[in-house]
Design a protein around this ligand. Structure first.
Ligand SMILES: [Zn+2]
Ligand SMILES: [Zn+2]
Length: 354
């Protein structure tokens, strides 16, 4: 049974901050953040109660970090990406640039030529093989890329044994690919568009942070919390806790106050205030506004950082955690699908996240 850490533990996991610039010390003040809530029976930590990744543990992994020659985050849409259901890629790019304090560049939409496609037996919809997309991304990664992230509105699968996967990352290639198809709210209108954009920003930031070596968070209510189902994903905030903020700041070396100011100006985060140098408490996606649990499937899985995947029920018995989930308007509900975010192993680090 997972027990939220005590305050003394929260202070320890950030590591001594003496000697850091005053603004950074202020930004890392643990009193400005909400502790992680006690998990419900179907939440991530109920089934993955790992010890968490302290700042010291993060450093011990020798995680990859952008260097002066590689400071561009590339977004690669895979077509078609103009069906009217997708989140605005320009807003995604501006959010990513602000969140990671890096340059973000959107590459021209690429065709999925040469990518293995199958028709999902449950939904009747086409799915793209992630392995082929990751190979394309690795081949096409520009020289100045710190990472390249493929995005698609098509459903994904990692191999024939799996029903679907939200995304898959290849830390070795600094590449990941994620689908927004299963994040569609299932309805139209400004509120739905805002929800899709927020979900898209979350998954982009969460998965890219995994590519930088940041594992799932068990200390605070945090963007890097693991997620077992869509309601849990929706409940986690769009900001990083002090532990993971310190990891990201160490990796990229940004001015923390300037980053918060840039995030405040980002049109993708108007409803997620992050006060510069201070507390992101009361963020619109904090646990205080956690939506009521939805009857959505649970169990998320990812082999490498956030390989969100779902086993086909026919090849692996149901663990009893299945329930209907929101699906794109053009898709049928898939009651047999299991999906999720099970952080797996990164090369050279068998202990990373879960
Ligand atoms: Zn965290
Ligand atoms: Zn994850």
């Amino acid at each position: 049974m997972f027990t939220p850490p005590a305050r003394a533990e929260l202070i320890r996991v950030v590591d001594p901050v003496a000697g850091l610039p005053p603004a950074l010390q202020h930004a890392l003040d643990e009193q400005g953040f909400d502790p992680i809530p006690r998990p419900g029976p179907h939440d991530w930590l109920a089934s993955h109660p790992g010890p968490g990744q302290t700042f010291a543990a993060f450093l011990a992994r020798r995680p990859p970090s952008p260097d002066p020659a590689r400071r561009v985050l590339y977004l690669q849409p895979f077509g078609p990406f103009d069906t009217g259901q997708e989140p605005p890629v320009d807003l995604l790019s501006r959010f990513a640039a602000a969140f990671f304090a890096l340059e973000a560049v959107v590459l021209p939409t690429a065709p999925v030529t040469g990518v293995t496609i199958r028709i999902n037996s449950q939904t009747g919809q086409p799915q793209l093989l992630t392995r082929d997309l990751l190979a394309l991304l690795a081949d096409q990664r520009p020289a100045g890329a710190c990472c390249i992230v493929g995005i698609t509105m098509d459903d994904l699968y990692p191999d024939p044994a799996w029903n679907f996967v939200f995304g898959e990352a290849s830390p070795r290639d600094w590449a990941g690919v994620y689908s927004f198809a299963r994040y569609l709210p299932g309805e139209a209108g400004p509120a739905a568009a805002s929800l899709l954009l927020r979900r898209a920003c979350k998954v982009l930031a969460h998965e890219t942070a995994h590519l930088l070596g940041i594992a799932h968070c068990v200390f605070y209510s945090c963007l890097m919390n693991g997620s077992n189902h869509l309601a849990e994903s929706d409940a986690r905030p769009l900001h990083l806790c002090p532990v993971d903020l310190r990891k990201l700041q160490h990796s990229i070396g940004f001015d923390v106050a300037a980053r918060y100011r840039r995030l405040l100006r980002s049109p993708a985060t108007p409803a997620s205030p992050m006060r510069p140098g201070g507390s992101p408490r009361n963020c619109c996606t904090s646990s205080s506004t956690r939506p009521a649990p939805e009857r959505q499937h649970v169990h998320q899985a990812e082999r490498v950082p956030c390989l969100h995947r779902s086993r086909d029920r026919r090849t692996r018995p149901d663990s009893g955690d299945l329930s209907p989930r929101a699906v794109p308007r053009r898709r049928r509900a898939d009651p047999t699908a299991r999906s999720g975010c099970l952080t797996g192993r990164v090369p050279g680090d068998p202990a990373v996240g879960s």
